[in-house]
Ligand binder design. Sequence first.
Ligand code: DON
Length: 585
Amino acid sequence: MVRTRLPALALFLAGAFACRPATPASAVDPGEGPAVPARVAPQFPDGWRFQAGEEAVFAPNAMVSSNSALASEAGLEVLRQGGNAVDAAVATGFALAVTYPAAGNIGGGGFMVIRLANGEVAAIDYREIAPLASTRDMYLDASRKKTNKSLVGHLASGVPGAVAGMAEAQRRFGRLTLAQVMAPAIRLASEGFIVDSALWRGLRSDSAVITRFAGKDVFFPNGPTVAPGSRLVQADLARTLRAIAAEGARAFYEGRTADLFVAEMQRGGGIITKEDLARYTPIWREPLQTTYRGYSLIGMPPASSGGTTMIEALNILETFESLPPFHSTRYKHLLAESFRRAFVDRNTKLCDPAFCDVPVARLTSKVYARELRQTIALDQASRSPQGVETPAGLHTTHYSVVDADGNAVATTTTLNGGYGSGVLVAGAGFFLNNEMDDLAVAPGQPNMFGLIEGEQNAVEPGKRPLSSMSPTIVLDPSGNVLLVVGAAGGPTIISGTMQVILNVVEHRMSLADAMRAPRMHHQAWPDSIRYEAAGFPPAVADSLRRMGHGLYDTRSLTNVNAIMRVRGGWHGVSEPRGVGAAIGF
Ligand code: DON
């Protein structure tokens, strides 16, 4: 395991902060249902791309927020039929595999966090696993340099978990049959849907990789990308989905679909076998539960790093009596320093718990947070031990669901890169992930997100690659669901999800503002704050530089889909920086 030590830094000086006044107790909404604290309107910096004060979608009963309006409608259709939030989440997940093929998937994997109205919580890990024939150095060339085989082509895929995970969640908690829940997705695949400009743009920008494989016939049937306004029918995918609806997950991991899957592997030099598929099993895990200033958080444990890393960073922030204002240099500095410390631990200590001892209890403890706080200087950036460049990240998708009974589901699923490895299983109609790149294919060298991980995450058969996916449910101090949230965006999933939570809980923003507020990110390496262009007032950026922070701007960070409880119902917001819709009734 790679060991790192942060340099010793000046001690914490609590008095140096100008604190935001605590929200007065009178600012509690007296409306129906659980109390919801009043919201405080933020001011966004000049030149920031979004306005404050926009409206969220309101629904009194139930809501689905996802990156595809058609997939959100699929979830809603199932809710209206009497399905619960888990049925609706699974309906949305299968529909995303049809309407949002860059990230929605049956050829990838994900994580789902569930909180039932009766207080029961659950988390299911359906992350992909490394094939049995995988080897530590399979992605290195003769000079031990990384090739791109963990990113593109047949070797890049882990054994998919999406179908097994969604079917198992639905079996355990759903009210309807799997066939009922999958009906909207099957309809969207077999009858088709109208291609919009977002899908067209996404396919066109990844056309080089998609057209190398069988996706060419589905998405580029006459040469150019299927045109906006045309109807896209995915007959092979519809057949695969129908088989799963009729026979359950088995129909993906055995029989015709498995035959097509393995034939595809053999055609392209891949190594996933029938045995790999037959052995795949999703895992129910104890969700991580913690508190933050009286709110409760329910998050995903390893093999995702999401919950652990977010809790570690939040715990550090909680050691400060209160946090500085949103646009202050001090707030950005504290966020950066908390993320830095949490990501150092993430990258050096976390991995699939079947393969290493993961010190989750220690990393998420309040005592440890207090120790880390002692290493933060208020007026000076600390240094991470190494630095590298970070390439941009691509595609994952998060969806949030609540039903009329108050059940809540947060799900994040991914193919890793946009359209995963680019390989579409011929005859079965779905893209395969390139999740093997989330393993440390060359420990100590950065992956596609610039994350440098150690030996604990090296390639080993059966191992789940460490993930950043962070499906999270936040309860208010009375124990009612307040927020259902999560994101896409590689490591920025953790920081972006956490900032939406902080915007709601600390800065008292409405969900619409919390989602539109400028975001920033720090992942220890590269040793710089990444921030959304025009998201920092110039004076704040200058001050952060003077404190020793590296800074670079980017157009957009993180793709979040969230739902928040408000007076008399729910607010839903799909990512203002992306596509999608929150829809409710
Ligand atoms: O599991 C993970 O952390 C990554 N495979 C997520 C990739 C991702 O979010 C890509 N971007 N939108």
